[in-house]
Design a protein around this ligand. Sequence first.
Ligand code: ZN
Length: 410
Amino acid sequence: MHKLPINSRGTARRAPTCRHSGLPFLILLLVLHSSCTTTPELGEGTLSGDVPTVRVAVARKVDGITLAVNSAVRIVDDATGEALFRLGASESHRIVPIAGGFKVGDAIVPAARVRVEPDKSGTVVIDGIAYRGRMRLISSQIGNRGFALTAVNIVNLEEYLCGVVGSEMPTRWPLDSLRAQAIAARTYAVYQLKTRPRAGDYDLTNGQECQVYTGLKKENDRVRRVVVETRGLILTHDWKVFQSYFHSTCGGGTVKAKDVFGDPDIRPLSGAKCTYCESSPAYSWSVTFKKDEIRKKLLERNIKVGPIEKIMALNSDHTGRAISLTIFTPPGPISIDAYRFRLAVGSMKIKGTRMTITDAGDSVTFTGKGFGHYLGMCQFGALGMAQANYNAAQILSHYYPGSELTRLYE
Ligand SMILES: [Zn+2]
């Protein structure tokens, strides 16, 4: 690995042992590669110098999918490679899992694990979204509910990032914020590859619980450009990749990952001040719920609670982030983790846990700052820093203090 330490001013430099030296970070990145324009190689790679292959679940345990293709496609047995079904260029089929295989339209495909393999430049379209690479379909039995289908996109990491950057950040934002996003997302994916067992069916999911991935839907020239310019670059600390969380808006400062998810207490995830995200619509917010509605939502998540008399944030950290909430309810008060409460009541409405709570009789008003878990890079902060002419390395150095840029592969 080639290591690119970020110095105290936040500019990257090459380590003395590196073959290249003395060039500013972004000039180095302007060496163009064709990462988003080629189809990936077969084989699910490792992290040994080549571009790794990632396996992204794009449909999990669903009743069926609609498969369309824009070029000829083969469906092959995953174990043997034997072609079981062929689709012509403009065909579309409903695929439903059955015992030991799938129904494709009216035909039966007799293998519980198959790969959908397009022609060289073709894409696979699942439920209206086009994906690069190949698609593995898995039919599995779900208790006595019958069978479920999981679709896993097998795609190289650089092509995967082309589907993440525009899903996670508006592509009209300045290029340096997009470059920072590409590097943070690459780091996050590599961390998952390193830490998740390869024996599982996938390495990453496609939603907010991981990082949002929508295939070709949000890909454009700006996305391709920043992925190509940052090719192979990840963030490390003490030569190790770390979980490079990011979130929409911190509302004044990020927090220690150890305090939120119990992560190892390392400097890049120790929190940073942020004065750059005030342009975010979620910089400050307020939302009111009826107490009955809150109770209903908690009960739906199996959080047992009686009629709510009052909710208080009695346990907050020095940044104003509520750690736990106290709900006063017969027969006595209960304490609930604030993050869990937020997810249960609605994380798009209670946007973060840095909040105060005001009681108003039969309703409660939450007034807060920021959007997300407050860990790692603040995306609106990255926008603000880029608008203030900081480059991607400086943005990353600010939100992941003490981190280094490392080139995992050329
Ligand atoms: Zn911020």
